[in-house]
Each structure stands twice: as C-alpha cells, then as structure tokens.
Design a protein around this ligand. Sequence first.
Ligand SMILES: [Zn+2]
Ligand SMILES: [Zn+2]
Length: 247
Amino acid sequence: MGLRNAFAPVIDLIFPPRCPLCGVATVSFGGGAPALCAGCWGQLDMPGGGGCSLCQAPVRDGGEICAPCHVSPPPHDGIAAATHYNAASRELVLALKYGGRIALAPLLGQLMAERLQGVDANWLVVPVPLHRWRLWRRGFNQSALLAGHIAEATGAGLLVDGLVRRRHTPSLSGLAREKRAQVLIGAIAVNRRVAARFAGAQVLLVDDVLTSGATSNACIAALRSVGVEKVRIACFARVVGAQLPHI
Ligand SMILES: [Zn+2]
Ligand SMILES: [Zn+2]
C-alpha cells in the first residue's frame, strides 16, 4: 500500500489514468481508481435534491412526499439514485457489467454512497442477487461489488448473499412491465442461513440499474416476508419515464 502510494506519481506519469468513458488522460481518483474527465462528468445527469423522499419525483407544493406516493405508497422506504439513466451512465454500467471493468466499481459505489444520508452501522447492505449460472458466466455480481463499496463508505453491515435467486429467469430486457413482474414471481428468496439477521432490520438494497422496479419489488417482498422493517433502494442509474432500456 505504502509502496504503491510512494510510486503513484511516477506510475501516473508513465501510464496516465484514462477516463473510462472517452479515454482521455486524467487525474486518478483516490487509490488509483479511474476518474471521469470533466467533459464526461458533465454528461452524467445527477438528480437534484428536494424531491419526494420516497420516489425522488419533484414535489410541487414543497412537501416531503409526492401525491402519487401518498395515494399509493410504494413498497420501499425511498430510492437513492446516483444518476438518471442516459447514454453516459449506460456506458459506465455496460463497461462494469459486460466489459469486466470492475475497477469502475469504487467510482460508481462512491457516487451512490454520496446519496445515502442516514445509512450507517445500523443498516445492512444487500445486493440484488444473480442466479449462479449467470454469476459463473460473468464471474462476478456487479451489484455485489457496488454493495461492498457502499458498505465500506457508510459503515453499514454487508450481506452479499442475503438474497438468492431460486431459479434462473430470462433476461428482462425487452419485456413489458407486467411480464417482468410475472417472470420474477417466486424467483428471489432470502438466504435461509442468514434469515435471522433480517428480523426488524433496516436494509439497503443495491442494484446497478433500476428500471421497472420488478426485480427490486421481488427482492423487497422476500425481505418483508422475514420481518425486515425498512428497505431503501440504492441504484447507480435510474430509468425515469416509460422507456425501458435494453441492458
Ligand atoms: Zn471522458
Ligand atoms: Zn413520490
């Protein structure tokens, strides 16, 4: 560690860190993790503050909860998105997920952690699970990598295998909203070996992209069934509006 730090300026001079989106030489982000260049930072669409505390939608009368959430409360206790889904956030997620650029996880995890006021050692961080076949093929669960960095940044406990996929489900890409929910019925469950830790717990559910909410709703139902009291969702990129991306 000390050695790496001592030589970091020299290494950076010979192999300057590159922006993971456009490849331009840039300065390194804490500990040598990649940083975006100023131009690419500007491409990310960060949600503004002051929205509904449950769904982040703008609230017209300045209240804490928007009218639709009042009328029909969501199953979760709040969503914290680091970015709105757009071309730049999509490219970062694709590079992490399918390009194997796991060095991006600290940067993305840090951007997510910055949105998580109130998450501390009393919380448990749990990633959205991958089925073991997919895990075996990809070699890692991107949400688990993000969850690890968030737990580190917030001091929360980490339960990487708190949730499991009981059966393999087809990719949700290209499926309509209702179909997504149908496909997931009974597919996600709490890992019985750690179920006792969930009674009365506050859980931060971590996903890379939040689209229709079908997957997170299935996770939340499983968590509530074993007595979880609060569930907040943290995602890197949130799709707003009706469009469902192919990712
Ligand atoms: Zn760039
Ligand atoms: Zn709302």
